[in-house]
Design a protein around this ligand. Sequence first.
Ligand code: PEP
Length: 318
Amino acid sequence: MSVVASTAASVVAPAAPSFVGLRRVKGPGALSRDVEAHPSVTLATSVRGARASRGASSRCVATMAGTGKFVVGGNWKCNGNTASITQLVKDLNKGEIDADVDVIVAPPMLYLPKVQSTIDRQFKLSAQNCWVSEGGAFTGEVSAEMLADANVPWVILGHSERRALCGESDEFVGKKVAYAIKNGLSVMACIGETLQERESGATQDVCRRQLQAIVNELSAGDWEKVVIAYEPVWAIGTGKVATPEQAQETHAGIRAFMASAVSQDVASKVRIQYGGSVNGQLQELAKQEDIDGFLVGGASLIGDAFITICNSAKYNTY
Ligand code: PEP
């Protein structure tokens, strides 16, 4: 049964964020197709100081902002028990993160308080889901208010497993994202195409459709609280990683869509994670200019592997 959004969540728009800084984009090439499709997009194409002198003169520059800090999430899904989670937390606490990176772990709901009280502060906590509106007669759900009350600052929403297995529609996910943000949470909002959609050339359309449903519910300022996780469904848990080129191309398309659907500033600032069997090709993926982090499933259950993924942030020079 499809879950139908029945909430009338109203989004309180915070003051518009101020954007500073620069982001390089690969010349007219990376975004031109999308810019043509969205004529409202105009990219600033001036080449600026230091980067130009470092040989980037063939690239154009679009204004961007924010920290742009690499961000890695670990989605533990419905895995583990008291013993294994205790061990995983120990392994993570032992690990050395020597890159500039935001790290967020998402244990199963039941273990959030335990992890919260034992994990090092450098790891931020996330839930894997929350309800679309205020709590009440929604058996088995947890509300955004409860997460905020329990000092859980992040939530993963729109994961393909929830879309496919729990029937969450694009609109429902959009409303969930808005409600979570309204209650002070930050969101890793997942989008991505199935294998069939990729093979039929619908990847960008699917990503845009899923994002549009979120765009419809948010104000521009809300995007400060969102990380977009691009996770091709065919790469999740399959060991099949998107090539760096495939991932970069899709991320650039997502950024171009955000420029047209929200604003250039938001497009430049929003962080876009790649997710799907992240473990191999780390260096090459992290080097891509529109990849701002990873969302990791299986490998986040293995302490050292996850720490290595976090440290791949050092390959990202954007
Ligand atoms: C995920 O489900 O978010 C994910 C990326 O899983 P995996 O890393 O196991 O492919």
